[in-house]
Design a protein around this ligand. Structure first.
Ligand code: ACO
Length: 276
C-alpha cells in the first residue's frame, strides 16, 4: 500500500492509493469532533471526490484513537449559540455532507471505524454503504447523557440501521457498546481485531474495484431511492433506470455478461467474479 497525500484540508486529510481514496477526519486532539470547519472541509472534499476520476472507492476513517466523537460541543453548539448565521451555515453543511452527499455518493463508501463513534457521528456511519469496525471501537448515542436527544437526522437514520428494540435501548440509556456488539446488532457489517482493520477494509475496497462502476453506482442508487417509494413508483423507476443504464454503461456490462455466460460459456455469474 502506497498512500499519496492528495489534499490536506484544515481538518480533513485525503490520501489516495490505487483507486481507493482514504478520507481521514483529522482533529485527533479533539477526537475528531465535528466543528464547523470540519463540516465545510468534508463538504468540499466529497464534492471534489464525486468527480475525481482516480477515486473508485472512498474509505472514511479517523485520525488517532477516534473515528468521530460527534458534534463539537464547544465549537458547533456553544460557539454558534449567539451567531445565527454561522449556525445556519454549519448546520446546512453538516446535514449536507453527513447525509445527502454521503448516502447518495456515486461511488462505494466504506466507514472504517477505528475508535470512538458518538452521537452525530452515527449519521455518516449509516450513510456509508459499508461499515467495518475495530472490535475495540466504542459506539454510543450519548446525547441523553448531556441533555439532548439524537437529532440532526440521527434518530431518523437509525430507523434504517438498527432494530426498534436496539435503537430504543441505546437512545434511551446512552450505554456505550463496542465493535463486536455493533456487528451483532448489524450497525456495522462486521468487526475485526484492530490490527486487522485496515487489511479487511482494503480487501473489501479491492473487491468493489473489480465491479463495473456504472452498474455499481446504479445498484446503490436504486436500492437507496426505492426505500421510500411505493411499489408502483419503484417499478417505474427501476425500469427507467435499467434502460438508462443500458444506454450509458461504457462497458456494456449486460451484453458482455450475457455473452460470457450464454455464448462463450466462460463463466457462471452465480458462482464467480464479474469479468470486465
Ligand atoms: N465536542 C467537543 N470536544 C470534544 C468532544 C466533543 N464531542 N469529544 C472530545 N472532545 C475534546 C475534549 O474536550 C478534549 O479537549 P481538551 O483537550 O481541550 O480538553 C479532547 O477532545 C480529548 O478528549 P478527552 O475526553 O480528554 O479524551 P478521551 O480519550 O479520554 O475520551 C471521548 C474521548 C470518550 C470521546 C470523550 O471525549 C467524550 O465523551 N466526548 C464526548 C462524546 C459525545 O458525547 N459526543 C456526542 C456529542 S453530541 C452530538 O454529536 C449531537
Amino acid at each position: 500500500m502506497a498512500l499519496t497525500l492528495w489534499k490536506d484540508y484544515k481538518t480533513v486529510k485525503v490520501e489516495k492509493d490505487d483507486g481507493t481514496t482514504w478520507v481521514t477526519l483529522n482533529r485527533p486532539e479533539k477526537r475528531n469532533a465535528m466543528n464547523p470547519q470540519l463540516h465545510y472541509d468534508m463538504l468540499e472534499a466529497l464534492t471534489e471526490l464525486e468527480v475525481d476520476k482516480e477515486t473508485q472507492v472512498v474509505v472514511l476513517t479517523g485520525a488517532g484513537p477516534s473515528w468521530c466523537a460527534g458534534q463539537d460541543l464547544r465549537e458547533y453548539f456553544r460557539g454558534t449559540d449567539n451567531n445565527a448565521l454561522e449556525r445556519r451555515k454549519a448546520s446546512w453543511a453538516s446535514q449536507e455532507w453527513r447525509w445527502r452527499r454521503l448516502f447518495y455518493f456515486p461511488k462505494p463508501t466504506i466507514a472504517m471505524v477505528n475508535g470512538f463513534c458518538f452521537g452525530g457521528a452515527f449519521t455518516p456511519l449509516i450513510a456509508c454503504d459499508f461499515a467495518i469496525a475495530s472490535d475495540t471501537a466504542t459506539f454510543g448515542l450519548s446525547e441523553i447523557n448531556w441533555g439532548i436527544f439524537p437529532g440532526g437526522l440521527v434518530s431518523r437514520v437509525l430507523v434504517d440501521a438498527m432494530s426498534y428494540r436496539d435503537a430504543m435501548w441505546y437512545i434511551m440509556t446512552g450505554d456505550p457498546f463496542d465493535g463486536k456488539r455493533a456487528a451483532e446488532v448489524k450497525l456495522v457489517n462486521f468487526s475485526v481485531p484492530p490490527e486487522k482493520l485496515r487489511e479487511e477494509t482494503i480487501k473489501l475496497a479491492d473487491k468493489l474495484k473489480k465491479k463495473n462502476p456504472a452498474v455499481l453506482r446504479a445498484a446503490k442508487e436504486v436500492y437507496k431511492h426505492c426505500r421510500t417509494m411505493d411499489y408502483s413508483q419503484a417499478e417505474e423507476y427501476m425500469s427507467a433506470k435499467g434502460t438508462a443504464l443500458r444506454l450509458t454503461d461504457p462497458e456494456k456490462g449486460r451484453e458482455t455478461g450475457m455473452e460470457q455466460f450464454l455464448d462463450k460459456k466462460t463463466y457462471r455469474p452465480g458462482l464467480g467474479e464479474y469479468k470486465r
